[in-house]
Design a protein. Sequence first.
Length: 266
Amino acid sequence: MPSRAALGHTCDVLTLAGLRVAPKPWDKLGNFDLLERFTTRAAGEGADVVVTPEGFLEGYVWNDDDPQQFSRAQYFDVGETVDGPLLSRVRALARDSHVYLVVGFAERRDDCMFNSVIICSPEGEQMLRYSKTHTADDEPFNTKGNEFPVVDTPFGRWGVLICMDRQLPETSRILAVKGAQLILVPAWGMCGEMNDVMMRARAYENGVHVAFVHPRRCLIIGPDGAIIAQDQGGDDEIVSARIGLTDTAVRGPIRHRRPELYGELS
């Protein structure tokens, strides 16, 4: 059954599914099979949006036991272009599953590599591409992105951050000021109590929903900072919730901001 969004309906409520699933480093084809299996399952359970962790297709090789043991050439070889065969299969999977599919991957772009996320529509089209803007200088072969795009969907306006991006409050605020009602955060690094608090604060201070999707942790958080759904730990799992997106100006302290006072930040 096609999703409501795929049928062209404007929707106030969506079912969001985060894949708290661990791919294998360097195994792109095996990881795509994993993506296909869990996306099909999530769609069958009614998901409108399916989100993977950071770097899902290549298995985020920077988090390997000793990431400096591979060369730039090896990393370049594991990269995928947005118009390449594997990303074409990702777009086809979104179309066949009738979902918005949000997938992290090592992107090869001309002579550069990026840590990127793509959002594919239920029609199999690329809607947004975001490249990680902040690192702890622990991804030496990646070029940092410098843009914070948002995308309008039948379910409202969305933005994306990747892993460490979430640790800088300015990144979420930029997306919220641009009207994002949902911020998707594919990640791989830090998780735990501090991260849970941080993600709840990002949601509350910006009046947005936040979906944090990590191989070992998944959180779906409302604009009041409350956790709506979270993983149960243990084996790979799908974490789902039905959420209704609201205008960022309606909730939270963001509506009281005074940007004319903040020039010192820049």
